[in-house]
Design a protein around this ligand. Structure first.
Ligand SMILES: [Zn+2]
Length: 182
């Protein structure tokens, strides 16, 4: 799939200034998404290059980011990364790699382990914050439709940041929940 962005504005990732002058198109390596019908799915995204409107900025030009779709510099979409983390939490990195490969994806267990560590770091920093005003609790199944993979997730209601994930049987605490002693 080839996508071309039609953005009119973009915030400079270096100084935050909103810029409106798009210059060139920038085409980068494809981004891998969740596999479908036994095949890997890639997005070729043609992004715009903007002139930073802030004369004091360290950069003259920047390539627009794709918030909510893919992190900067990553070759896989955010939802692909989340799927890796959810599967690795349920079964470990190597079984997660095997399962994703069977479905057609191209991914290594090192990459999956990197996503799990990044997610764990994010959870720890979410937990360290003391600005949670409303706590939300949600029940999810790590494997769709499989009640034995059920987890309880505690979130910050206002920001939707995940704070803790606890396996429902409470005997198997997920690595991410280790920081919190139940
Ligand atoms: Zn800038």
């Amino acid at each position: 799939m080839i996508w071309v962005t039609r953005s009119q504005t973009a915030a400079c990732p270096f100084c935050g200034t909103l810029s409106t002058t798009a210059r060139h198109d920038s085409f980068e390596k494809p981004l891998q998404d969740l596999p479908q019908d036994g095949r890997a799915v890639y997005h070729g995204v043609q992004r715009q290059r903007y002139v930073c409107a802030n004369p004091a900025c360290e950069r003259d030009l920047f390539v627009e980011r794709l918030p909510g779709f893919a992190d900067d510099g990553e070759r896989k979409t955010l939802r692909f990364q989340r799927a890796c983390v959810v599967r690795a939490l349920d079964s470990g990195c190597k079984p997660a790699e095997d399962a994703l490969k069977r479905e057609g994806a191209t991914v290594s267990n090192d990459t999956i382990a990197r996503y799990v560590k990044a997610a764990a770091r994010q959870l720890e920093s979410n937990l360290a914050r003391n600005d949670v005003r409303v706590l939300a609790v949600d029940d999810i199944d790590l494997r769709k439709g499989d009640k034995s993979s059920g987890c309880t997730v505690f979130l910050d209601e206002e920001t939707h940041r995940v704070l803790i994930i606890v396996r429902d049987d409470r005997t198997k605490m997920l690595p991410m929940a280790r920081v919190h002693n139940w």
